[in-house]
Design a binder for this molecule. Structure first.
Ligand code: ZN
Length: 284
């Protein structure tokens, strides 16, 4: 009821929602094109790891390592990056790159942050209604990256999205419903495989409204690889070795996901209805 009221209020306020992404495709049974999206970049540094390292540096390093593993070992997958250097890319453009390339999977890599420096662990998100305020806070922090974009308030791609409004985060969640089943599957694989080999523990699979995932027409996830505000996680995230192990875990998930997709028949892929929240599917 509250959600309906919130949506009604937004509509009354004249918030024009963009229509669903063009060329919306049914969930596929192949993984031919992977778009890897290293979070932040350029003038948007992401979160600060105790002045030792910035999020944008870690996300790029892990993303390039994941991509290299895929390019070397799964040669039938085409890898596309939203950025390969320290470059600012607007959120809508990241989703646009995935849609334009008809990606079969969209993988966003990020790092978490919290004022409570004991908070630690990785979590993988897909689009859905946040179950806890903690999940909403993560999405709000990541979505606040649009403040670095000049003219975001009038950018038609965002349909009046307000990073400070909880309603804006709720109203996004129905745009990825066709891909919930596959996004959940891949999210679970990421948490399972990274936890097996990394020192960073898993906090599980979660849902929230992320602007970067919003209008993508394929299974799409956002991995919070660990907390840059936690000393133990940070030491893993800033080290070459730690990044390599996380990348290997994500790569193992991609490989497993590809195998399971190819085994499934089109009839096995359901057109999902909106999820009610699947927190901690693989977590503790
Ligand atoms: Zn981020």
């Amino acid at each position: 009821m509250r959600l309906i009221l919130s949506i009604s209020v937004l509509l009354l306020l004249g918030m024009a929602l963009p229509s669903a992404a063009p060329g919306r495709r049914p969930p596929g049974t192949q993984l031919k094109t992977l778009v890897i999206d290293p979070g932040h970049g350029g003038l948007d540094p992401g979160c600060n790891g105790a002045n030792e390292i910035w999020e944008k540096t870690v996300t790029l390093a892990i993303s390039l390592k994941v991509g290299k593993l895929v390019e070397d070992s799964l040669k039938d997958i085409k890898v596309v990056y939203t950025r390969k250097t320290d470059q600012f890319v607007e959120l809508w453009e990241r989703a646009n790159i995935a849609n334009k390339n008809k990606a079969d999977l969209f993988l966003c890599i990020h790092c978490n942050s919290n004022v409570n420096t004991t908070a630690a662990g990785s979590e993988t998100y897909f689009m859905g209604l946040h179950k806890t305020t903690g999940n909403l806070e993560v999405a709000k922090r990541e979505n606040a990256a649009i403040k670095y974009e000049t003219g975001y308030k009038t950018n038609e791609h965002y349909g009046g999205f307000d990073p400070n409004s909880p309603e804006s985060h709720i109203i996004m969640v129905n745009f990825q419903t066709a891909y919930i089943q596959q996004s959940l599957k891949f999210s679970t694989l990421v948490e399972t495989h990274t936890q097996k080999i990394s020192k960073i523990r898993s906090r599980g699979v979660k849902q929230a409204g992320f602007l970067v995932l919003w209008q993508t027409s394929m299974p799409a996830v956002l991995v919070e690889t660990g907390f840059l505000t936690n000393v133990a996680d940070r030491n893993v995230l800033k080290s070459e070795d730690g990044q390599r192990i996380i990348a290997r875990g994500i790569f193992n998930a991609i490989k497993q996901y590809k195998i399971s997709l190819e085994k499934s028949k089109p009839a096995d892929i359901k057109q999902d209805t909106p999820a009610k929240g699947k927190d901690s599917v693989a977590g503790h």
